[in-house]
Ligand binder design. Structure first.
Ligand SMILES: Cc1cc2nc3c(=O)[nH]c(=O)nc-3n(C[C@H](O)[C@H](O)[C@H](O)COP(=O)(O)OP(=O)(O)OC[C@H]3O[C@@H](n4cnc5c(N)ncnc54)[C@H](O)[C@@H]3O)c2cc1C
Length: 291
């Protein structure tokens, strides 16, 4: 099918885009990489009357460092994030997570901002940003505000962005030395959306004690979620396999998975357990110098 008719604007600045959003509000949609919006429009699941194509706002396409953080412009293509030597060195879990998104042509067009605003709880980017405690900077008519994952992701395909706001930047803390990390997922085929995705970070102290653990789950609730009780089990501990087994069981407890044509709720929950355990073993192995 083809989309219904729409008006089309190509602003060159964030201010112009915000002005258009303010004018057209709910009638308007921002077009970034188009990898989610265009199929939605072609199936007529969405019929925006106005499209605001932000691909001309070149200022929104960058990866830079500020102090201990990476700053990534919302229009940065997923493929550029995946291949960035800076991201690979300073925040390898992000590059790894992005590499699981669709196929290369999808990542060549799809943007980091589009994926986060689309807010699919199975998406690799939402899960990894939740694990990293990334911050989303949005700009609207009154100015800008910064939102953490819990404030940003409200529910399935819904963020707290106002109709007249645009996501401009994501701030992501770089990983200190001595951090174990992993991104693992279960999907039906390579490149499919995750049935369950798990991002794991282990911040280690000398002597092999885990100072802080972070575990984020995708695909098992209306938003990506942190397995806080499992994280607490691991914090301050020398991580043993028995502890990993327990953390996986604890993490699966919080899964509010819904059944769909890919998997039953019970299967998703059990796979959350399995993939948390797998992810923790991989993260621990990495910090010990393994592959
Ligand atoms: C075949 C296929 C397979 C895919 N597989 C995966 C997968 O495995 N994992 C995965 O995570 N994704 C997958 N995707 C989706 C892909 O990652 C999309 O690129 C992403 O979800 C949306 O990014 P986009 O830049 O294309 O945004 P668009 O499609 O242009 O926009 C998506 C939404 O975000 C809004 N938006 C975009 N940018 C901004 C902004 N800066 N500020 C405010 N609102 C904004 C738009 O208005 C729209 O509502 C797949 C897509 C396809 C077609």
């Amino acid at each position: 099918m083809k989309p219904s008719a729409f008006e089309y604007f190509t602003p060159n600045t964030v201010e112009e885009a915000v002005g258009l959003l303010e004018k057209y509000e709910d009638e308007a949609k921002i077009l970034a990489g188009g990898q989610s919006l265009v199929p939605i429009m072609n199936f007529r699941l969405g019929r925006p009357e106005v499209l605001i194509d932000i691909n001309g706002i070149r200022d929104l396409d960058y990866i830079k460092e500020e102090g201990d953080d990476l700053l990534i412009g919302a229009l940065t293509r997923q493929r550029d994030v995946e291949l960035s030597p800076r991201v690979q060195e300073k925040c390898p879990i992000l590059a790894e997570a992005v590499s699981f998104i669709g196929h290369v042509p999808i990542r060549n067009r799809g943007t980091i901002g589009g994926s986060l605003v689309h807010a699919d709880p199975s998406s690799e980017l939402t899960t990894v940003i939740c694990c990293l405690d990334g911050e989303m900077k949005v700009v609207g008519p009154p100015g800008d505000r910064t939102l953490g994952p819990e404030e940003f992701f409200l529910t399935y395909l819904t963020t707290s962005l106002e109709p007249s706001e645009i996501l401009v930047e994501v701030r992501i803390p770089t990983l200190p030395q001595n951090t174990g990390w992993s991104f693992v997922e279960l999907s039906r085929r390579v490149s499919d959306f995750a049935i369950v995705g798990v991002a794991t970070l282990l911040f280690m102290e000398d002597g092999g004690i885990c100072k802080e653990a972070r575990i984020a789950l995708g695909g098992v609730a209306p938003t990506p979620i942190r397995a806080e009780e499992a994280e607490e089990l691991l914090a301050g501990q020398k991580i043993t396999d028995a502890l990993i087994v327990k953390a996986g069981e604890e993490a699966a407890e919080i899964a509010e998975a819904e059944p769909d044509y890919h998997a039953s709720a019970e299967y998703r929950k059990d796979m959350a357990r399995v993939f948390v355990q797998r992810g923790l073993r991989e993260a621990l192995n990495k910090v010990r110098g393994g592959e």
